[in-house]
Every structure is written in structure tokens, then in C-alpha cells.
Design a protein around this ligand. Structure first.
Ligand code: PLP
Length: 444
């Protein structure tokens, strides 16, 4: 069947999704797909939540949308109140947008404007980490460290520096403890600030648990504390990108809670509206809000759909559902189940080197050799084969990777909805095991 849609891959016509049923998506042929990745860590309530659906219908019945240049709205105000009531320390305001990349763009521009308001125009550099993903718009792509996504757009990108990620499985040396390793890589930030010049760096951007580029890689203990110290010492803003790992995904509402610090700006998106409406946001600390409010009084940014009433109503219903149904308890229980079941299944698998993550955010990394951790040759396209075979088996998981410019190898990310059951965790692992067997049998 021909299509006028310019799909992500022009060579492949994807099946048409026609319905959602709990953690399943159903296509036009009636085939059911177990959504073990929540799309890309989005669908935290599954695909047929009655409360979110009712909230959307009710809001559309009252007011679907009013431009935020003219009006506020009840859903926007109530959602902001709700988010700030449960936000990391220091966060006082919420800037709404329609997705993750927009949130990162807004955070970068807010960081820049903050320093202009303070009379520090030389602070224009941003430092981020290799093996990170912050979105596909040009500013977000500039700070992202995923070479495959960046390469052909390099001439259009703004200048950003990249330091090492905190990735113990690959980088921790035999002669250092996890804490020593964390300090070593965190200190790269200080070196980068000194190289660029103190007083010239506006912000450091990092995902508290790295998602798309690395497959649920959490930092070692102490890393983020040291990052916070360095940022404070040099007056650099810390932007935490929780677009993927936030809103309960790792077992706490915000992933950074587990590190004992907070950022100056924090982006959130996917789990915010659970995919029922497109929505993202930036949590803004009081010091940044006050600098803008007492300076120009106007954040020079804006999008047509920011603070969209229906999207805010959906997100408010999502956040209430997570809290009222105590879903974070299930994230922790089923996250452990998933980790244990994957470990039991693959503990001795010759091509699986690491199984990791937090809450319902888990990653499996493939290696050609477990002892040396050597990745597969990217030309073998292991991650693409896993994705295709899993999908044929009715399993949605999120494989990425391939060694590009010295980056790590193939991995698969699991991010099932927070409503997943024991039995469904078992189904995920057995469908994945079947997939892995099929792929490596075909590889010979
Ligand atoms: N930041 C992180 C950490 C992400 O994982 C993503 C998307 O995967 C984005 C930003 C971009 O979000 P969006 O695709 O909604 O623009």
C-alpha cells in the first residue's frame, strides 16, 4: 500500500496501529505488540488509561486550547502547582513546551538569558557529555553527544564541548574504586571549564540516567555530587535532562533524587503526559526565575502550543494516576523483577555483557566477547536485527548503538509501562530470549 506520509524510514511501511489495550498496541491486522519500551520510555500508563482519557474529553468539552500569550488556564496552573509540589529542591516555576527537544532548547536559552540578565554576556559556552542524547532540534543536537545523529548536520550546530560520560561498565579501571572513577570523570568537567575559561561557561547538561545512547546507564555514587560542586564553584548552571529517565521511570519521581542533588534547570517530557498528549516542561529554579523577573521580566522564547490546556489536563491526570495508584511502588518491584529475570536468563550468555538500570528503565548490552567487552562490528547491525526480529515476535523494545567514533556497542533499552504485571515481565523476557536466539542463530 503506498503512503503519502514521509515515514522515518522511506523504505519501510510500518504497520498501522489502530488500538491500545493496557501494555499492548494492536495493529490493523489484529496483531498484538507487547510494549516493553513504552515507545521510547513514554507510555508509562499503557495505552488505554480510562482516567487520562476522561480528563482529555472533559477538558476538550470546556476549552481545548487558548494561546498562552493571552491566557493562562486551570489545567496549566494546576499542573504547575502539582509539579512544583513534588519537584527537586529549589525548583519554583514550570515552563511548558510540547516535547523533549523543545524543553532542552528552552533550558539552553534560559541559561543564556540568565547570564545576560546578570550582566555576564561572556558566558556562552555549553558543556555536555559524549554518548548522550538531548533531542533532534539544532540546539539540542548540538549538546547531544551521539555522533551518528550529529554528523551530517555538524555545519549547522552551535559550538558545544563534550566530556566523558560516567559509564563504569566500559571505563572504570581495574585499579580504581567506583567512587574514584566517578571523581575522575566528573573532574573532566572542571578541566573543560578551565580550558574554555572561567566566566565563559553558561551550563553543563547531563542525563541523570542515560537513555537512548547507552541503554539505562546510571552514574556511580558521588559522580553527580562532584558535578554539582564543580558547577557551583565556577558559577555554571546545571541542566539535568530527565526527558527520558524522569517522571517515575527510575523508581523515584525524578531520577536525580537518587543522587542527593538538584539541578538549576531540569527538563521533563515523556512520562509527563504518558503519550496521551504531546507535552514537555522545564523546571526552573528560583534563582533563574528571579533573575529574569527582576531583570527584563520576559523570557525571550515561546511556542504556539506551550501550556496547551488539553495537554496539561492529560499530564495532570497522568501525574495523579501515578501517585493515587502508588505506581512508583510497582516500578520498583517490577524493575527488580525485570533485572532478576534478565539476569537469570542471560547470566551466561556469550554475547550479553551487562544488564543494568534502575526502576523500569533497564538496559542490556551486547558484546562480541564478554571478557574483553569488545563490541560487535557495527556493520553487523545487531541492534537493528534485534529490533526487527523482536517486532516480528510481537515485542517492542528499544535497541540502539553500534560502535561509532569509539562509542559503545549495541544495546537494548526496556521501559515498560508502570502498570506492567509479574506475568507480563515473564512474557517480555521470554519473547526477548526467543529474539536473541533467533538473531544469533541467523548470524551463525
Ligand atoms: N532528551 C532526552 C534525554 C531524550 O531521551 C529525548 C528523546 O528521546 C529528548 C531529549 C528529545 O525528546 P523529543 O523526542 O520529545 O523531542
Amino acid at each position: 500500500m503506498s503512503s503519502h506520509v514521509l515515514h522515518r524510514n522511506s523504505l519501510v511501511q510500518p504497520p498501522r496501529a489502530v488500538a491500545g489495550d493496557g501494555i499492548y498496541i494492536i495493529d490493523a491486522n489484529g496483531k498484538r505488540y507487547l510494549d516493553a519500551s513504552g515507545g521510547a520510555a513514554v507510555s508509562c500508563l499503557g495505552h488505554s488509561d480510562p482516567d487520562v482519557r476522561a480528563a482529555i474529553i472533559e477538558q476538550v468539552g470546556k476549552l481545548a486550547y487558548a494561546h498562552s500569550g493571552f491566557f493562562s488556564s486551570d489545567p496549566m496552573e494546576e499542573l504547575a502547582d502539582d509539579l512544583i509540589a513534588h519537584a527537586p529542591a529549589g525548583m519554583e516555576k514550570v515552563y511548558f513546551v510540547s516535547g523533549g527537544s523543545e524543553a532542552v532548547e528552552a533550558a539552553l536559552k534560559m541559561a543564556r538569558q540568565y547570564f545576560l540578565e546578570l550582566g555576564e554576556p561572556d558566558r556562552k559556552f555549553v558543556i555536555a557529555r559524549r554518548q548522550s542524547y538531548h533531542g533532534n532540534t539544532l540546539g539540542a543536537l548540538s549538546v547531544g553527544g551521539n555522533m551518528w545523529r550529529r554528523r551530517q548536520f555538524e555545519p549547522l550546530l552551535i559550538d558545544a564541548s563534550h566530556v566523558s560520560p560516567c559509564y563504569a561498565y566500559r571505563d572504570q579501571q581495574a585499579n580504581e574504586t567506583a567512587e574514584q572513577y566517578g571523581l575522575r570523570v566528573a573532574n573532566e568537567l572542571e578541566e573543560a571549564i578551565l580550558t574554555l575559561g572561567t566566566g565563559r561557561v553558561a551550563a553543563f547538561v547531563a542525563e541523570p540516567v542515560v537513555g537512548a545512547t547507552s541503554g539505562a546507564v546510571a552514574a556511580v555514587p558521588g559522580y553527580f555530587k562532584r558535578i554539582r560542586e564543580i558547577c557551583d564553584r565556577y558559577g555554571v548552571l546545571l541542566i539535568l535532562d530527565e526527558v527520558m529517565c524522569g517522571m517515575g521511570r527510575t523508581g523515584t519521581l525524578h531520577a536525580i533524587e537518587q543522587e542527593g542533588i538538584s539541578g538549576d534547570l531540569q527538563t521533563i517530557a515523556k512520562g509527563l503526559g504518558a503519550g496521551y498528549q504531546p507535552i514537555g516542561a522545564v523546571l526552573v529554579s528560583g534563582k533563574i526565575d528571579r533573575a529574569i523577573a527582576s531583570g527584563s521580566g520576559f523570557f525571550q522564547h515561546g511556542h504556539t502550543y506551550q501550556g496547551h490546556a488539553t495537554a496539561c489536563a492529560a499530564a495532570l491526570a497522568t501525574q495523579r494516576a501515578i501517585r493515587d495508584r502508588d505506581l512508583l511502588a510497582n516500578v520498583n518491584i517490577q524493575g527488580e523483577n525485570l533485572q532478576n529475570a534478565l539476569t537469570a536468563q542471560f547470566a551466561n550468555h556469550p554475547y550479553i555483557g551487562d544488564i543494568r538500570g534502575r526502576g523500569l528503565f533497564r538496559g542490556v548490552e551486547f558484546v562480541a566477547d564478554r571478557a574483553t567487552k569488545e563490541p560487535f562490528d557495527p556493520a553487523r547491525k545487531i541492534n537493528a536485527k534485534i529490533k526487527k526480529t523482536a517486532f516480528a515476535n510481537g515485542l517492542m523494545c528499544y535497541p540502539m548503538g553500534g560502535t561509532i567514533d569509539g562509542q559503545l556497542g549495541d544495546h537494548v533499552l526496556f521501559a515498560p509501562p508502570y502498570i506492567v504485571s509479574d506475568e507480563q515481565i515473564g512474557d517480555i523476557v521470554s519473547l526477548f530470549a526467543k529474539t536473541v536466539d533467533q538473531v544469533f542463530a541467523a548470524e551463525g
